[in-house]
Ligand binder design. Structure first.
Ligand SMILES: [Zn+2]
Ligand SMILES: [Zn+2]
Length: 277
């Protein structure tokens, strides 16, 4: 059985209001594409920072701009009108773990997708909140901090799925410098937390649509997670219906090559493994 657990019902752009996108007709468009592509199990995972409740966790400028919607209205809509699994994409914000736990525990999710988009106040995948001046600094320090934070995110126990695990490569080597040599010395910094938590590791086709043009994570990263015994969650991170299950051939080819025959499936934050088939 194929899954797509990391769906957004709308683009991240301004003007994408809940009234327009949280509708049965919109979800039907996602379902139609999923059916065409043979994906049986769908779940949505809206960004936590689109909801006003997120401001109790963090008051980053990006969040203050975007956190306007009612999180309980979203959860109610998904449960009552869509038949989708109910998820959320929650950022890992260092030092705000208790506040995020309070927000997450108050609702009845099927799964929580955990993301590291920020290193400190700066984003690794958002030009408006650029991480630092790449021209004057080497990328190694950023990559070290990113993967240390990723390991902490896994260890926090807040999340069921670790999203786009090597997102720090988002811009690709043509747009931003990348450390030289074997990157496993960076991945290793996250591995203790990942192994301890046994979190499901996301394989995401979204990276193929970004400047880097690669799956998240790299095969070497995934191999380390598999050696640690972690299951895989498969997703597209679609923000429009046409991206549901997009480029799954590439993801399935990597999974087969690494001997992965099962995917993690979630219900009310209980996990089981299902054969890909
Ligand atoms: Zn994300
Ligand atoms: Zn996402």
């Amino acid at each position: 059985m194929l899954t797509d657990y990391h769906l957004h019902l709308r683009p991240d752009d301004p003007g994408t209001d809940a009234e327009t996108y949280f509708s049965a007709a919109n979800v039907e468009r996602y379902r139609a594409v999923a059916e065409e592509r043979g994906i049986a199990e769908l779940g949505c995972a809206e960004h936590v920072y689109r909801f006003a409740a997120a401001l109790d966790v963090w008051r980053h400028p990006l969040w203050r701009e975007t956190a306007v919607d009612d999180i309980d209205a979203y959860a109610g809509f998904v449960r009552e009108q869509t038949g989708l699994k109910l998820g959320i994409e929650a950022d890992f914000v260092v030092g705000r773990e208790d506040q995020m736990a309070t927000l997450l525990q108050a609702r009845d999710w099927d799964f929580v997708v955990g993301s590291v988009h920020f290193v400190g106040e700066h984003a690794v995948d958002h030009e408006g909140y650029e991480v630092y001046d790449y021209r004057s600094q080497r990328p190694d320090a950023l990559w070290r901090r990113y993967f240390e934070t990723l390991g902490e995110a896994a260890r926090s126990g807040l999340f069921d799925i670790l999203a786009h695990p090597d997102l720090v490569k988002f811009w690709g080597p043509r747009r931003r410098p990348v450390p030289e040599g074997d990157l496993r010395r960076f991945y290793d910094l996250a591995m203790e937390g990942i192994a301890e938590s046994q979190i499901a590791v996301e394989v995401s086709t979204a990276g193929l649509r970004k400047p880097v043009g690669e799956l998240y994570p790299s095969p070497a990263f995934l191999e380390m997670c598999l050696d640690a015994g972690c299951p895989v969650a498969l997703s597209s991170d679609a923000h429009v219906p046409g991206d549901v299950g997009r480029d799954y051939e590439a993801a399935l080819e990597m999974l087969e090559r690494l001997g992965v025959g099962e995917l993690a499936v979630f219900e009310r934050r209980e996990r089981r493994r299902e054969a890909i088939g």
